[in-house]
Write a protein that binds this ligand. Structure first.
Ligand code: ZN
Length: 59
């Protein structure tokens, strides 16, 4: 397993800070019962931008 991931929005590569299990748990909270493999991998900055686009604020 790689310790990095590439953001699909800005194409930058980041070190993973969360385990895959943490990411899945977070995705379920946000999106409900979805297949995590179908979610785009994005960095925190792009994630916040997407959330702002949908009118959600996690600050
Ligand atoms: Zn990004």
């Amino acid at each position: 397993m790689s310790n990095t991931y590439t953001c699909e929005a800005c194409n930058r590569t980041f070190d993973k800070v969360d385990t895959d299990d943490d990411v899945k748990a977070e995705a379920q909270v946000l999106w409900g019962d979805v297949d995590p493999d179908q979610l785009a991998t994005v960095c925190d900055d792009c994630f916040k931008a997407v959330m702002a686009h949908f009118g959600m604020n996690f600050e």
